[in-house]
Design a protein around this ligand. Sequence first.
Ligand SMILES: CC(C)(COP(=O)(O)OP(=O)(O)OC[C@H]1O[C@@H](n2cnc3c(N)ncnc32)[C@H](O)[C@@H]1OP(=O)(O)O)[C@@H](O)C(=O)NCCC(=O)NCCS
Length: 125
Amino acid sequence: MEWFYGKFDEQSGRPGSTFIEGSFDEQSRTATLKTIRVESALRGSGLADSLLEMFVTAARMRGMQRIRGVFSPDEGCEDRARRFYERNGFRIGSDERPFGLGGTYTFETVEYDLTDPQQGQTPTS
Ligand SMILES: CC(C)(COP(=O)(O)OP(=O)(O)OC[C@H]1O[C@@H](n2cnc3c(N)ncnc32)[C@H](O)[C@@H]1OP(=O)(O)O)[C@@H](O)C(=O)NCCC(=O)NCCS
């Protein structure tokens, strides 16, 4: 397992407030997107796109076949985060995990198929 951390903090002066974090698992060829965060003053600047692109490129270079993550935006950020992922070619899906005594809970995921030549292409209208 290899960890990936990319950050942008030159303007904010607050290290780590704008960053992307994930990991690459060589065996399953799966990249995990753990967190992406752009500090509020810098949102809507295209920085989030650049951070995500950096992660996608790094995943491709390491031969990953897919990127997966949990969709868990900050409160109030849900629609914005959803649009952001979809605009960047990610699919919002869902998954289930065992919970408690025989129960399950469902959560939303973000997924990107790196083997699909259609993915990641700029949508045409
Ligand atoms: C999710 C997150 C990283 C997305 O970053 P963002 O900068 O807010 O998102 P975008 O890059 O999509 O920008 C937002 C808007 O600005 C617009 N925009 C993007 N780049 C632009 C640019 N260069 N110039 C002008 N507008 C731009 C987008 O079209 C978007 O508009 P829309 O929401 O009406 O579609 C950020 O909102 C964030 O850090 N949220 C808190 C943490 C979080 O919830 N993380 C996600 C965990 S799943």
